[in-house]
Write a protein that binds this ligand. Structure first.
Ligand code: ZN
Length: 160
């Protein structure tokens, strides 16, 4: 089911997401609907706040952005980014690292607004997946940027 994307000004966008302790059927359905909504809107990431739910939950899929490469490290080894796509991050903790790099960012909550945002080029992530399992990875490129952008949403922070 495609969900309504809330736009700038909606209070949910400014709310810090609540932790998810149990993957209930309602959360599973929400994850599925968030992927449908994100793909329908041609986005590479969507946070729960953007569909009006203040939860520590975001979905990411960078595969459609073929002109903006990403890198991935799993278990300290370089890995194919597609191996973890589509990506569900529940209660993520992130540690950005590396040189700050500038890159273009858009947001499904701000249609047709793009800006160059400077962020560290890499990020280390610990999160829970859709099965309730903890997992870790390191990302660079577009995936690192998307993770940092979506993490900000989960804290109620917007890219403007
Ligand atoms: Zn956004």
């Amino acid at each position: 089911m495609i969900l309504l994307l809330v736009q700038y000004g909606h209070p949910a966008l400014r709310r810090k997401g609540a932790r998810i302790e149990t993957i209930t059927p309602a959360i599973e359905k929400l994850i599925q609907d968030m992927f449908e909504t994100m793909h329908d809107a041609a986005g590479v990431g969507l946070a729960a706040q953007q569909i009006g739910e203040a939860l520590q939950l975001t979905v990411i899929d960078v595969r459609p952005a073929k002109d903006r490469p990403s890198t991935l490290e799993l278990h300290c080894q370089p890995a194919d980014v597609a191996a973890i796509m589509p990506l569900v991050l529940i209660n993520p903790q992130i540690t950005p690292y590396g040189e700050p790099v500038s890159g273009s960012e858009g947001c499904l909550s701000f249609p047709e607004i793009y800006g160059d945002i400077t962020r560290p080029e890499s990020v280390s992530v610990i999160a829970t997946n859709a099965k309730g399992e903890r997992f870790e990875f390191k990302a660079g490129g577009l995936l690192a940027r998307a993770v940092q952008h979506e993490y900000d949403h989960l804290q109620g922070i917007l890219f403007i």
